[in-house]
Design a protein around this ligand. Structure first.
Ligand SMILES: [Zn+2]
Length: 260
């Protein structure tokens, strides 16, 4: 580990130690070490294979079938993903009371897999590890959807209760942000005295606005990202380091909560 990263880690650890309500905000950069690509990044999957907008999913049976075909094709390569060093460090920080919570743009379920309880986690873009009926909100496992999909030669299945469309539980382009989650993310942001943005390009809403809100409400803002972000100028610290290495090192600098 280089000296610069070591210094940044020990500095971030002391900020965490001095704060009473530290909040982590995570994006795709946290999960790349787990083999999950950053779809939105330049050259990423989404620049070649445009995502299906919500409106098309709702109005077209063919678009629904295509969405599921892509989802299953993609899941083949990603379902083996397990939490990385960054996820494990953040989960440990939640467990020991160093972090009050995590707000994430990620849909990969890796925060849950690393042991973060649901009441400490807000998923702004939903979750890709299961599906729900858009009409009645009944939950379906992907294995159920897949079995139906394959048995019907690639048809998108409908809800067996109400006939509504069944969709991956993620928020698509054009789909409204989940209200309760947005509310909770905003509450936590306003209450935070330290806001740590990790692995997010901070370009899309609400990722672009939450750090600004935190700052306006008196929080210290730390941005950890490999690339520059549009909010670097208002940040108190900008750390362009390998995320897994950095967070693991931050964790090692933190004594057990309460001991300081
Ligand atoms: Zn339904």
């Amino acid at each position: 580990m280089d000296a610069e990263l070591k210094t940044a880690a020990s500095d971030l650890a002391s900020l965490v130690r001095q704060s009473s309500r530290a909040l982590a905000f995570t994006g795709a950069g946290l999960s790349t070490e787990c083999g999950i690509p950053d779809f939105r990044s330049p050259g990423g999957l989404w620049t070649k294979n445009k995502p299906i907008p919500f409106e098309a999913f709702l109005s077209s049976r063919a678009a629904r079938a295509e969405a599921w075909r892509r989802k299953f094709a993609m899941d083949e390569s990603f379902k083996a993903a397990v939490p990385g060093r960054g996820h494990r460090a953040l989960a440990a920080m939640v467990r020991t009371g160093r972090l009050s919570g995590i707000v994430t743009q990620n849909i990969d379920n890796l925060h849950q897999d690393s042991g973060v309880p649901d009441d400490r986690l807000v998923e702004l873009h939903g979750n890709g590890s299961y599906a729900t009926c858009l009409a009645c909100a009944r939950r379906y496992e992907l294995s159920w959807v897949r079995a139906r999909f394959e048995a019907t030669d690639g048809e998108a299945p409908d809800c067996t209760d109400c006939g509504g469309p069944v969709k991956s539980a993620t928020i698509s382009f054009g789909q409204a942000m989940p209200e309760a989650e947005m509310r909770r993310a905003l509450d936590w942001t306003v209450e935070a005295d330290l806001f740590i943005a990790i692995g997010s390009s901070l370009v899309v809403y609400p990722a672009a606005s939450l750090p600004v809100t935190a700052k306006r409400n008196g929080a210290m803002l730390v941005i950890v990202n490999r690339e520059e972000t549009p909010l670097d100028d208002i940040a108190d610290r900008v750390i362009a380091a390998d995320i897994g290495t950095l967070l693991q090192s931050v964790m090692e600098h933190l004594p057990v909560a309460g001991v300081n």
